[in-house]
Design a protein. Sequence first.
Lengths: 126, 891, 62
Amino acid sequence: MTQKTVLVADDEENIVVSLEFLLRQLGCAVKVARDGDEAIAMIREHRPDLVLLDVMMPARSGYEVCQMLRDDPALRQTPVIMLTAKGREAEIARGRAVGADVYVTKPFSTRELSARIRGMLDLPEA
Amino acid sequence: MSTLPVATVLAVSLAYLGLLFVIALLVERRIERGRQLVRSPTIYALSLAVYCTSWTFFGSVGVAATQGIGFLPIYLGPTLMALLWPTLMVKCLRIAKRDRITTIADFIASRYGKRRGLAALVALICVIGVLPYLALQLKAVAAGFTLLTSGSASMRGGLFGDTALVITLVMAAFTIMFGTRHLDASERHEGLVAAIAFESVVKLCAFLAVGLFACFVLFDGPAVLFAEAAAHPRLSALWRFETSAGGWFDWSVLILLSMAAVTLLPRQFQVAVVENVDEAHVRRATWQFPLYLLTINLFVLPLACAGVLLIGPALAADDYVLGLPMQSGHPYLALLVFIGGTSAATGMIIVETTALATMISNDLVLPGLLHRAYAADLGRLLLLIRRGAILIVALLGYLYFRYAGEARSLVSIGLISFAAVAQLAPAFFGGLYWRLGTRSGAYAGLLAGFVVWGYTLLLPSASHSGWLPAQWLIEGPLGIVWLRPQALFGMDGVTAITHGVFWSLLANAAAYVGVSLATRADAQESAQAALFVGALQRDAERPIPLWRGGVALPELRALLVRILGEARAQAALEAYRNRHGGRVDDNDPGLLQHVESVLAGAIGSASARTLVASIAREAPLGLEEVMHILDEASQVLHYSRALSARTRELRDANRRLQELDQLKDEFMSTVTHELRTPLTSIRAFSEILADNPALDPDERARYLGIIIRETERLTRLINQVLDFARLEQGEAQWRIEPVALGAAIGDAAASVRQLFDDAGVALEVGPVPDDWWVRADADRLQQVLLNLLGNALKFAPPRRGRVEVSATRDGASVCVAVDDNGPGVAAQDVETVFEKFRQSGSNLTAKPQGTGLGLPISRHIVERFGGRIWVQPRSGGGASFRFTLPLEESA
Amino acid sequence: MPNTSRRVLGLAVVALLGFALFNFPLLSLADGHSGPLGAPALLLYIFGVWAVLIVLAAVLRR
């Protein structure tokens, strides 16, 4: 089975480090983007199997990136997990509206997030 | 003289009256069928021309033939008055509409507190005063009829024995049909007005026809006519003022007298005020009515000249208008002229008697009836009273004509009436413009004026007719010479009219003003005085409630039904209900006011007041209360302005609050985000460490380090929020002392140097002299410097960023600048970056570092030190954050 | 409203002017002369002033 590629887009260094660790543990290749524009460029370039998107990023918000993804026929099927430190109902609804598959509020449980990713990428149990 | 058969004249006259009646009937039918008849301003102006009666039609030529231009002041006065209508008439209209005033008696009584006694006095003056005027019309028509049918002006021995009596009865019958068809709440007679307007056109056309006939048929144009007249010794003397029209004083008095008459004559008040449907119509009448007067007077002097030249003393001068076409063999033109004259007389009689009958029924008869409990429909009774009053007034006019007026000229009869109604002038105009005029003053003035009028004008007129010995006119009563009625106190050399008008109005005005100043108005009076005088300022549509309490609905209903009948009582209550959101409560003072005003339209304001007072349990308001209400009413405008300003303030405040609320929301959201971010790292790495006990030591140490740093970050954040809260609430501790600025900047730079180096941003600190000491709290100053440096670092581009700190002296203070080469601050954010909860840029894309509280905290601190902080763009890009601090005195 | 009240005032001034023109001594200036058509100048004067007043009223009423 080929290795799955996951793009992590977040400008918070420590959080990126923790996500990288979790994804490697699951056997995925990890690409990292520091802002919205970079995220879009890397999605186009690497065609990841999953995108982990922070909402509050420089240049372009996670919402915009997700919306872009959904508007592009070639990328439309890419699953997206939105990460946000803003836990309000309105923001969750907005995430859903732009087509995020899963919406995860920070701080998140690593165990739960790993299980989600595994399910979405159809990976075997560890 | 060519004459016409009696039957022909009779048939044509009756046909003409029938035509007038049909016009009135058609108009009322249209209105009853709900068709809104467009009442044009021209119809209003034409109806005002009811001023021109047979006095004008026949009498003016009579005056012109004997006194030259002396016929003119009677029309010049109304012309001048019309120019004042846009203010005077509009004021009357506002008052009359609000109080539903139906006669001049009602108007004056209403002004002085709605007392029936005053209304009755005015009504009496009007009835007695106007009788000669009515007689004049009867005389003119009767004389014309006789002349047309017999060729001589002798009144006796006509077909019916007494032509004038027949004419009187016919006129009365027509008036009853026109004027009392129903007891209208507003006392408007649309049909009547239409007929009067038509009548005005007919008399004008007829008069112009005979005028043109005289100028161009009897003579070869006006030039020839005037040339022949100039050769006539008596006529040419008439053209000179000095030798004809009496003195200048007589002339001026007549102008003033007619100004009063055109306003106060009951029929003029009726058409101008009561029958007015639209205030705007007054504006056109202001020039159309004078134009009508001018037109109808154009041929008066030519006709008079023609009469003198062609007829001479063969006929009375008053008969020239009719005599000219008859003598020259044009009987049908004469018939047209007769119809015109009859038209003028008819219009006057119908409107005048209608107005007088309303006064008699409402102000003289009804008060006596109100005290008795008539179970029957009072409305029907009122109609009967009015019809009876019309008949009686017409017959009284006939009696005056028969026994006092036969021998006299038309105009001299009419002027006696003018003088009588002029007695209303002080109370009327004073009431409109002088707030201190009181009821007692009005009584005194009216009585004094009326008595003097009777003595100087009415009694001599009776004496001339042989009813009183003529001797006392010459020798004075009981031989007292200075009491001679036509030369009081020896005043001589003016006409009898001028003499009478002068003394009666002098007595009247003096009594009115004197007594008014000596007496005090009661509550009701003061209220009405204020409403009348201020009618143009106040919202005239809104009656001021002058009743304290109310009356149960059934009682009010019963009262309305008694006067108006079931259907109209219901309509009146519906009208009130509709105006007040569909609800009518018992004991509503406003309803009581409404009922009073509705009743006033039917029975006059004084009687309405009495009736309502009789069922109102509570006394009317006292003087103090009324004045209070009035003051309040006059302040309403003022209040409403203040109120709208207040509303605007509140709206602004509310908008600011909403804005603040939104900012607070954003702040909470930002703080939450900032708290969650380190928490996320802490939790993630804690879980990773817990779940992976076999991690190699290096990785393990690295993750633990992250946890510790993120915990510190969290702590800082919490401290900052708490710090800001303390600053906001003024609870912070301060230790203000001299601080060495250079050292402070050096310390701050040193503590952030590592961060700058890590980010690859250059930090340069300019030289600061050692002796620059500022008054500050050293720790707080550090906080400001660190905030600004942190801020600069955040926005400076990584790796090629450059931040410079410098200090410059400016008089007694020093300015510290922290400049970066970042994106700068947008112009619209220059102020807001220092506001709490604000951050520059969008909070979705530009990720905030910290809470966004750094700059607001810095502002608090700098301002506490007595300096100020701001941001300005830096030449070449970037932002320059600057703050000033006062230098220590000793430095 | 200011315009309306100014016009009302204007009309009142015209009325005052009219009263002056229709009275001694101005009226006496035209007395005793003869005008066009052989009509008395006094008569022509009065009707002339009268017509001017009406025109002013018509102009000012709007």
